[in-house]
Design a protein around this ligand. Structure first.
Ligand SMILES: C[S@@+](CC[C@H](N)C(=O)[O-])C[C@H]1O[C@@H](n2cnc3c(N)ncnc32)[C@H](O)[C@@H]1O
Length: 206
C-alpha cells in the first residue's frame, strides 16, 4: 500500500474525516457561509443529502424533512450517533432506495469528483428520478483551476481523495444533455478550492 493509499484508508474513518474537514475549513468561514447560503436558498420541502458524509449540512435543514445518505457505513453510523433522530441511510448514489418523485430537493457537496463520468450520469439520472416534478438537484463540487499556473489550487486538487477531479468545461460536457436545465455559479470566497455550485431543475421531459 502506497503512502497516499494509507492516508486515504485512514480518512475512511469518520473521526479522521471530520478532523481533516475541520482543518481544511479553518479560517474559511466565509466560504462555508456562501456554501450553506447556496444550498439553503435553493432548497424546499423534503431534502436528501447524497454523499453527505458525517452530516456537515444537516443543521441548515432543521425546518425540512431531511435524509442523509452516504456509501461509507462508518460516516453514516457516526452521524447517527451524533443525532439519534437523524434519518440516515447507506447507499450508492447510482442506486438509491427511494420512491420516484419523493424528494423536493437533493443536495450534494463534493461527491462527483469521486465518481467516473458514467457514474456521474447514472447518479444524476437517479436523482432526477426520485425528485418531484419541478424539484431541484443542488450540488457543489471542486474543479481544477482555470489557470495551470495556479499552483496552490492544482496541488490541493491533485492531493484530494477524489480520483476524478475535472476541469469545469469537461464536467459540463458530461452532465449536459439537450433537455436539461442547468445553472451554475462560482462559490464566492472558495479559494484555494475552485468550488462551483449547480442547480438542475427537474422539469417535465417531452
Ligand atoms: C468529499 S466527501 C464530502 C462529504 C460531505 N458532503 C461534506 O461536504 O462534508 C465525499 C463523500 O462522498 C461519499 N461518496 C463517494 N462515492 C459515493 C457513492 N458512489 N455513493 C454515495 N456516496 C459516495 C464519500 O463516502 C464521502 O462521504
Amino acid at each position: 500500500m502506497s503512502c497516499m493509499e494509507k492516508l486515504y484508508h485512514l480518512l475512511e474513518n469518520a473521526r479522521m474525516h471530520n478532523l481533516t474537514q475541520s482543518v481544511l475549513s479553518f479560517g474559511r468561514q466565509r466560504c462555508m457561509l456562501e456554501t450553506e447560503a447556496f444550498l439553503l436558498s435553493n432548497a424546499t420541502g423534503r431534502v436528501l443529502d447524497v454523499g453527505g458524509g458525517t452530516n456537515r449540512y444537516g443543521h441548515i435543514f432543521k425546518n425540512n424533512y431531511f435524509v442523509l445518505g452516504d456509501l461509507n457505513t462508518a460516516y453514516v453510523s457516526y452521524a447517527k450517533q451524533k443525532d439519534a433522530r437523524l434519518n440516515a441511510v447507506v447507499f450508492d448514489a447510482t442506486r438509491m432506495p427511494f420512491k420516484k418523485g419523493f424528494f423536493d430537493t437533493i443536495i450534494s457537496v463534493g461527491l462527483f469528483h469521486h465518481m467516473s463520468d458514467s457514474d456521474v450520469c447514472r447518479s444524476i439520472d437517479e436523482c432526477l428520478a426520485i425528485l418531484a416534478l419541478n424539484g431541484k438537484l443542488v450540488f457543489i463540487d471542486a474543479f481544477l483551476p482555470h489557470s495551470r499556473y495556479d499552483f496552490i489550487v492544482w496541488f490541493l486538487a491533485k492531493i484530494d481523495r477524489g480520483r476524478y477531479m475535472r476541469a469545469l468545461p469537461n464536467f459540463l460536457k458530461v452532465i449536459e444533455t439537450k433537455n436539461r436545465s442547468i445553472r451554475f455559479k462560482q462559490i464566492e470566497n472558495s479559494y484555494p478550492w475552485n468550488l462551483v455550485g449547480f442547480v438542475i431543475n427537474n422539469v417535465e421531459k417531452d
